[in-house]
Design a protein around this ligand. Structure first.
Ligand code: NAD
Ligand code: WQD
Length: 342
């Protein structure tokens, strides 16, 4: 069975390709490589002994995308492709709207033309905005504070409207919490451009000597140690959630659109992560407590019961595993995919 993975050379997409290949799926990737490297495919092959069919395609180019659908008998799509930096999205909001919204509309159109209706979509916990109580439950009202987050809220609405108009659509919306870690092989992982925006890649770059120290954004939140609390999820657990979602779409006779939180259901503070990382890597992480980062909230984590009861999915990897694997990836590839394959 051919599965099309948009954004499949990116961080979460590449880990999902590995799990798809391990489960015997044939994988076609489209990616414009705006935030990823073609080097990842060689590494996916080292891990799995199998290859993906890669096409460098921008979702904004509908004709190129349509040609991919003509080439393979695609049965389902996992849609990761998009721009994802919250801060950057406030600087260049129209690029975010154009890329994420138009890219998705093109994809949906080409899918419908080819009568492919099974879709797994990468959404985010950011769709819960800042006014919901924690833990977040799927039925909560949605709203987001950044242009990036609003693209996710809007795409979720596109998908609901598409299903309401034509119930051949069969959609699983996966709302990720904070994906971190790397494949345990150390061959693939997160490779941000420039200064990392997110906590774990910043910590690993401090550990490997690329950055002097961590800036902890806020030490005065109403949390036990004053630092922000998040629900971190190992990227391999997250990748496996996509397989479960695909299996459900393929097996259900009644098509549907459903949203699922993919998180551990447990919150850790920034300082918890620093301590766990120091233990797992045997490296010291110097840090300074800085003012809060604009747009951050004190604490959020998932209620992950729906994914367990309806997808049969739950996390199996711990914070320690996340830190160990993130460090294994970074220490073996100090320059990410630009590092030589060992
Ligand atoms: P990533 O940037 O590593 O991967 C996204 C991929 O999409 C990249 O390889 C990029 O080159 C590609 N891409 C972007 N625009 C494209 C276009 N127009 N055409 C073709 N390819 C395009 O990001 P990731 O962390 O793997 O995230 C994957 C998805 O999950 C994204 O939709 C992101 O918004 C969502 N998500 C990520 C996180 C996170 O913390 N990483 C959390 C929640 C949701
Ligand atoms: C985690 C904690 C920071 C960096 C983001 C997006 C969200 C989703 C996941 C896509 C917070 C603190 C961070 C640093 C720090 N992505 N921190 N120093 O902000 O929870 O979520 O990624 O959908 O939409 O907003 O993740 O890793 O940036 O931050 O102290 O250098 O670490 O303040 O408490 P966040 P993060």
């Amino acid at each position: 069975m051919f599965v099309l993975v948009t954004g499949g050379s990116g961080f979460i997409g590449s880990h999902t390709c590995v799990e798809l290949l391990n489960q015997g799926y044939d994988v076609v990737v489209v990616d414009n490589l705006c935030n990823s490297s073609v080097e990842v495919f060689q590494r996916i092959e080292c891990i799995t002994g199998k290859s993906v069919f890669f096409h460098q395609v921008d979702l904004l180019n509908k004709e190129s995308l349509a040609r991919v659908f003509e080439t393979y008998s695609i049965q389902a799509v996992i849609h990761f492709a998009g721009l994802k930096a919250v801060g950057e999205s406030t600087q260049i909001p129209l690029n975010y709207y154009h890329n994420n919204l138009t890219g998705t509309l093109n994809l949906l159109d080409v899918m419908a033309q080819n009568k492919v209706f099974d879709l797994v979509f990468s959404s985010s916990a950011t769709v819960y905005g800042e006014n919901n109580p924690i833990p977040y439950v799927e039925h909560f009202p949605l709203g987001s504070t950044s242009p990036y987050g609003r693209t996710k809220v809007m795409i979720e609405q596109f998908l609901k409207d598409a299903y309401a108009s034509d119930n051949r659509w069969n959609v699983s919306v996966l709302r990720y919490f904070n994906p971190v870690g790397a494949h345990p092989s150390g061959l693939i992982g997160e490779d941000p451009n420039g200064i990392p925006n997110n906590l774990m890649p910043f910590i690993t770059q401090v550990a490997v000597g690329k950055r002097e120290k961590l800036n902890v954004f806020g030490g005065d939140y109403p949390t036990p140690d004053g630092t922000g609390i998040r629900d971190y999820i190992h990227v391999v657990d997250l990748a496996l959630g996509h397989i479960k979602a695909l299996e459900k779409l393929a097996s259900q006779t009644e098509k549907s659109i459903d949203a699922y939180n993919l998180g551990a259901g447990v919150g850790y503070s920034v300082l918890d992560v620093v301590k766990a990382f120091e233990k797992a890597s045997d490296q010291k992480i110097p840090y300074d407590i800085m003012p809060r980062r604009a747009g951050d909230i004190a604490e959020f984590y998932a209620n992950a019961e729906k994914a367990l009861s309806e997808l049969g999915w739950q996390v199996s990897l711990s914070l320690e595993d996340m830190c160990r694997d993130a460090w294994n990836w970074q220490s073996n590839n100090p320059d990410g995919y630009a590092s030589k394959l060992k």
